[in-house]
Design a protein around this ligand. Structure first.
Ligand code: MRU
Length: 390
């Protein structure tokens, strides 16, 4: 099924020769997404018809990745007003979507943008305006991610030209096209390098507990033909010590105005290892990920997800069925915090759609002079995981 959004030449992704985005509107008035909970074993799509469908898809990680969470939330608002365009339903939709996942800033960013677009719009016009704005959010994400690739590829190119060897990039989690609308953040420079003939090889952290690296990053790199190797989460430090990693590139779910980077849990340990071994550590992110109201990474709410994601693991059996098995003793409690914060001092640079900058207040403001960070007294954001966090 061809993806109906935008010219084919703008898409990075091919599955069995067909270009896809991760989300697009369909003729029934609903929205279609790729069901990421079934990858890498099955490539399937699922249709979202209602606000509850969209919120459920985000909550259960049928869709995931900061930019795609934002895009799905935007369409979630459009789906809500399709059935009831009242102010009350709009407020409810925002509340429901905001509560789905607490860490990725793109969610709040997209909901704010939808609210602004709908301000003062008559009820009878709200559906068209909401779908139009959601489509613009998606198109902008595609363009921003493409642009991140164009800036980030220069870092890979310069390493390639100085060594003459394939560039080994280590990445964590999935920050590719599946996490965005197209191209990806951390993977966009890698696709750009591969597509322009720069030899690149990717070390793919498996990314327990949900295995976004092993399941999703490996899937999309394979689909694009990019050389890669899946490694256990704990191997990165050793590979760095042995000179087998040239740079680390990760995505970000929320970046503070001072350049602290919140990303999938385990990212911080990779940054520490990179620092110790003098290896550049980059975070790639669009502006929609920057939370200008926060200075300190400590104030970012860290999502706590069900312990079952850690105590169980899914895989395909030799019979071809996908099954979930328990890997932790029945009596052992488990803590599943989904993100961690890498302090700006460990980040060599940020790769954004506007260029590469220092991970600092000055660096970000140099690229975004139009976005004044809110200079406010440090505030304590509510912690999503307070109940069971030691
Ligand atoms: O829990 P997930 O799968 O939504 O987490 C995704 C990540 O942490 C990505 O690395 C992140 O969204 C980076 S930006 C594409």
């Amino acid at each position: 099924m061809p993806a109906p959004n935008g010219p084919i030449a703008s898409c990075s992704v091919k599955i069995s020769g067909v270009h896809y985005r991760t989300i697009w509107p369909i003729a029934t008035g609903g929205v279609r997404v790729i069901d990421q909970s079934r990858l890498p074993f099955e490539f399937a799509t699922v249709d979202l018809q209602t606000l509850e469908d969209a919120a459920g898809a985000i909550r259960t990680m049928v869709v995931r990745g900061a930019p795609l969470i934002g895009a799905t939330a935007a369409y979630g608002i459009a789906l809500a007003v399709r059935h009831d365009a009242s102010d009350a339903r709009l407020d409810e939709a925002e509340r429901v979507l905001q509560a789905t996942r607490p860490t990725a800033h793109n969610l709040t960013w997209a909901l704010t943008r939808m609210r602004r677009a709908l301000e003062g719009v008559l009820e009878e016009d709200r559906v068209a305006v909401a779908f139009g704005e959601a489509a613009r959010i998606c198109d902008a994400d595609v363009e921003q991610c493409r642009s991140i690739g164009q800036h980030g590829v220069e870092l890979i190119r310069s390493r390639f030209e100085s060594t003459g060897h394939p560039v080994n990039v280590l990445t964590h989690c999935n920050a590719g096209w599946l996490a965005c609308v197209d191209w990806g953040t951390a993977l966009s420079p890698i696709y750009a390098a591969h597509d322009t003939g720069i030899a690149v090889h990717v070390w793919v952290d498996e990314t327990r507990p949900r295995n976004q690296g092993a399941a999703l990053t490996a899937f999309e790199l394979a689909a694009h033909g990019v050389p890669h190797t899946v490694v256990a989460d704990n191997l990165g430090g050793h590979l760095m010590q042995r000179g087998r990693v040239d740079m680390v590139i990760v995505g970000s779910d929320r970046t503070t105005a001072a350049g602290d980077v919140c990303n999938k849990v385990g990212t911080y340990l990779k940054a520490l290892a990179a620092w110790d071994n003098g290896i550049p550590f980059y975070a790639a992110l669009p502006a929609s990920t920057i939370d200008w109201s926060l200075e300190r990474g400590d104030d970012i709410p860290i999502e706590e997800r069900p312990a079952e994601e850690l105590t169980h693991i899914a895989g395909r059996t030799s019979r071809g069925t996908v099954e979930t098995v328990r890997v932790v003793p029945e009596t052992s409690p488990a803590l599943n915090l989904a993100f961690d914060v890498t302090p700006a001092r460990l980040v060599t640079a940020l790769i954004t759609e506007r260029g590469v900058c220092a991970a600092s207040r000055a660096g970000l403001q140099g690229l975004y002079p139009d976005r004044q960070a809110l200079r406010q007294a440090p505030r304590q954001a509510p912690r999503a995981s307070s109940a069971s966090t030691p």
